[in-house]
Ligand binder design. Sequence first.
Ligand SMILES: Cc1cc2nc3c(=O)[nH]c(=O)nc-3n(C[C@H](O)[C@H](O)[C@H](O)COP(=O)(O)OP(=O)(O)OC[C@H]3O[C@@H](n4cnc5c(N)ncnc54)[C@H](O)[C@@H]3O)c2cc1C
Length: 443
Amino acid sequence: MKIAIVGAGLGGLATAAKLAGEHIVDIYEKEAMLGGRALTMNGISENYRKFIAKFEMANAFAYPSLEEIYGADYKIDLGFHLIGGGKRGACAKALKGIDGVDFIGSRLGYIGEKIAYPMLSFADKMKMLPRIIQLMTSRKKTIEAMKNMSMEEAIDKYGKGKLKTVLKIFPRLITTVNDLGRISAGETFFAQRELMGGHPVIYPVGGLKSISRAFASYIERNGGKIFLRHEVKNVDIDDGIAKGIDGKEYDTVILNMPVQHIFKVVGERHFENEWVRKIKGLEGTGSMVAYHVLNNLSAKLLGKSFVFLEKNDGFVGNELAGMIDFKMASQHGLLSPKKKYIVQSYLICSPEEAKDKRKWYEMAAMIDKNLEKLIPDYKKSLEWSIYNVIWHLDGVAKTVDNEKPSIVTPVKNLYLAGDSVNSKGIGINCAIDSARLIREKLK
Ligand SMILES: Cc1cc2nc3c(=O)[nH]c(=O)nc-3n(C[C@H](O)[C@H](O)[C@H](O)COP(=O)(O)OP(=O)(O)OC[C@H]3O[C@@H](n4cnc5c(N)ncnc54)[C@H](O)[C@@H]3O)c2cc1C
């Protein structure tokens, strides 16, 4: 088959990598670079504000001003990025046999009254083990039944002691949603099974760019073609069947952009009103993402990740989950300049809260408060910091009331790839796992 993929985000690239060799694959990307939201930049440049706006993001604060921290001696992603599931996640699995990506992995610490690294001690695990084993080894059927139970109900039923804290934090991190009433318990327990390995979170050496580069060189070695700076304007559809793009014939067309944006290239008239209404109404997720650059950092923190929970009744869900990570800070990560340490952090919020300027100070204060718990005198070694907000972090939130669409669309030979679809995991894993589903469908 001749296949056109619209978008070289990780979803589009992973799909092309799965299909190249078996089919003729052309990828069209409107930007000058690969990777979509999984992007690593050489520092912050003059057009930073304009550039991040393309990704439904804004700069909330910068200290000193952005103009004063322009520079290219460091690399940063669009915002906080860690990949869940470690070696068991879809990203690591898809890269098996594809050279060029090395990961830094770690366990998760907890910023509570005291700092605990790892979050759960051996004794904690022993105490929780019977309950955890029962939940984690639940048969698929039981998990399916639990899909209709909200996390709030599950905590009432199962949550005691530290397990209660675990059940309050991880479902939020796994979905990027703070409202436990909207999170499906079954979905979360299924995802938590994937977090059971030794390194539940990983980050690629050299930044996210190394993942898109590795996929791209594999695709090209296998005969696929990638066209950068090539915006697709229209998917050609005839009698309910996708025939190509912008007048060029293809047997199959795969769209990789967030699903709410597909109508920019496919006329709504080709779908039933109900489908269009549903797709347009799907919600993404939101966050504040921050970078703090320090000129001094305890070696004890390098490479580690920490989670926290902040109580605040002024936000949806009444508690906000967040993370602070020191993988980019590690010199092994190849991102921080010598003797400088890039610390990345994020705080989950709703897309509306991310757009609400009145909430920005409160969110930044919550991040700083937790960084200060980890490093009480961090302000003494702070060179600069930036705080960005994003209201479309994931394509579609994985919640009970926001059903993710399938890779299959009502138009024949037109498919969806990326983090908007109903595949395993969220974010990067979800985007990459969509490739597996598409390949199964096209077999
Ligand atoms: C700040 C931030 C922090 C995040 N943190 C995490 C995290 O910690 N962990 C995690 O797993 N995920 C995280 N995510 C989410 C993760 O980055 C995304 O889930 C993933 O990168 C999505 O990949 P995708 O292929 O689905 O879509 P995208 O990356 O959006 O790719 C779509 C591509 O399509 C291109 N395109 C669109 N329209 C056209 C057109 N008409 N013609 C040609 N090309 C077109 C776009 O330019 C883009 O390159 C974060 C995202 C952001 C922005």
